[in-house]
Design a protein around this ligand. Structure first.
Ligand SMILES: C[S@@+](CC[C@H](N)C(=O)[O-])C[C@H]1O[C@@H](n2cnc3c(N)ncnc32)[C@H](O)[C@@H]1O
Length: 427
């Protein structure tokens, strides 16, 4: 059959020269100008039929098989993309922008006054791997006593604190008992939070809150090793998901970050992880189990809690798509920009709200490939002993162990989006 096909092609086309080889391939083999040689032209005619040997035919068949497999996987990929989109405003119309004046932030007092004249036009994406984000965060100039009234109090650290309302409210509640530090890679958000902090300080509400801008992934040990009162709590709330596998190295927790947290957290201290996208949280939990050198244990509170509804249906394998997943990341990140506004910052101008557009993504040039940057593939496939299946290892989703919502938490909870919470104990 293959031979007869080859023969008929031989007869019917003047473009075919001896031995059943298409004319342009034969030309290529003689190094004629303009000739193109590639596997495709060697193995098939323009209509894809095999033309030469059974060997060529088997290669073509293999290609067909690969194409058929890819076509089969396409629906799964599309459904992953749809899955990721539900974390964004475009995928979930119930997600509506925050104003920053929500009742959950009422403890901040007169918000009109607090936000007065403060704007923060922040980038939508900050790539933690660019060279400017590889600088270690130094302890405050003048020491910790320069930023906290009493640096001998234990410290609570919120990594990726966004606009910082969580840190400010938590600090007002913990005044006299602990200090609260917000770390945020986008300097404009940290700077604005410092203005709010100063206003609250002037009003006598806080003397125990501070914000610093920089890359927390690499800085914790260098920054916090010298803190006099010791670190009692680290929180990572609603971390940027970075759905694409090739962007896992941008996730806020990398193997070295786990070691840093273990080194700064006092025994008995806690790492609290929570958010609305379960896969990156599971990833952090596995990372801590895998790279924590036995310094952490899943808190007993996580065991036996009923699994969140959505988690039961969640594919264990994360999506890795090229289009919609990116949009989803944009949406999730943008949603937490500052005030939880979906695309951008909501800023207060003379008591009114004004929306500012986000900036362009950071350039991907200047990426560093140092040894900490790059979540290992094995973490993705890691088989957890702490949470042997997807339905265990989480707290009751209705109970935020920190008692204060972040901007993103307010944003998602009012849209009835499921959230996931986990406490890891420093043993
Ligand atoms: C999805 S937002 C959540 C913000 C806030 N925690 C909330 O729940 O509303 C994640 C935040 O982490 C910050 N971030 C990401 N990588 C970081 C890093 N390596 N160091 C410090 N902050 C980081 C982002 O800029 C962003 O503000």
């Amino acid at each position: 059959m293959l031979h007869s096909l080859g023969r008929s092609l031989h007869r019917s086309s003047s473009a075919v020269v001896s031995c059943g080889v298409p004319a342009r391939v034969a030309a290529a083999s003689r190094n004629m100008p303009g000739a193109v040689v590639n596997k495709r032209t060697l193995a098939a005619t323009s209509d894809g039929a095999p033309v030469t040997s059974p060997d060529d035919a088997s290669k073509a068949a293999k290609r067909q098989h690969v194409a058929a497999e890819a076509a089969q996987q396409q629906p799964q990929k599309q459904s992953d993309q749809r899955d990721n989109l539900r974390y964004t405003k475009s995928g979930n119309p119930l997600l509506t922008p925050l104003t920053g004046h929500e009742e959950q932030f009422a403890e901040l007092g007169n918000m009109q006054q607090l936000y007065r004249g403060t704007t923060a036009k922040a980038r939508q994406h900050v790539n933690p791997l660019t060279s400017q984000n590889q600088k270690l965060l130094d302890p405050p100039e003048g020491g910790w006593g320069a930023v906290f009234a009493d640096p001998t109090l234990p410290l609570q650290v919120d990594i990726g604190c966004g606009s910082g309302r969580f840190v400010l409210i938590r600090a007002t509640r913990l005044k006299g008992a602990a200090n609260v530090l917000g770390l945020e890679i986008r300097a404009k958000l940290a700077d604005r939070a410092l203005v709010w902090r100063d206003r609250l300080k002037d009003a006598g509400k806080v003397n125990n809150a501070h914000f610093m801008s920089g890359n927390a992934t690499i800085s914790l040990e260098h920054l916090l090793g010298s803190y006099p009162g010791g670190v009692q709590l680290v929180s990572i709330q609603y971390p940027d998901p970075h759905f694409k596998k090739r962007h896992y190295k941008r996730r806020v927790v990398q193997p070295a970050t786990v070691k840093h947290i273990a080194s700064v957290l006092k025994p008995g201290g806690r790492l609290v992880v929570q958010g609305d996208v379960p896969e990156p949280l599971r990833y952090i939990r596995n990372m801590v189990e895998q790279h924590g050198d036995g310094c952490f244990a899943l808190s007993p509170e996580n065991r036996g809690a009923p699994a969140p509804r959505a988690w039961q249906n969640m594919a264990a394998t994360p999506a890795d798509s090229d289009t919609a997943a990116d949009d989803a990341v944009d949406g999730v990140i943008a949603a937490s920009r500052g005030d939880g506004d979906d695309d951008d910052e909501v800023v207060n101008v003379n008591g009114g709200e004004e929306r500012k557009t986000g900036g362009t993504p950071a350039s991907s040039s200047g990426l560093l490939h140092n040894e900490w940057a790059g979540a290992p593939e094995e973490t993705e496939a890691y088989s957890s002993k702490w949470a042997h299946d997807n339905s265990v290892g989480w707290l009751d989703p209705a109970c935020n162990p920190l008692g204060v919502p972040t901007e993103r938490e307010v944003y998602v909870l009012r849209a009835n989006v499921e959230v996931y919470r986990c406490i890891l104990d420093r043993v």
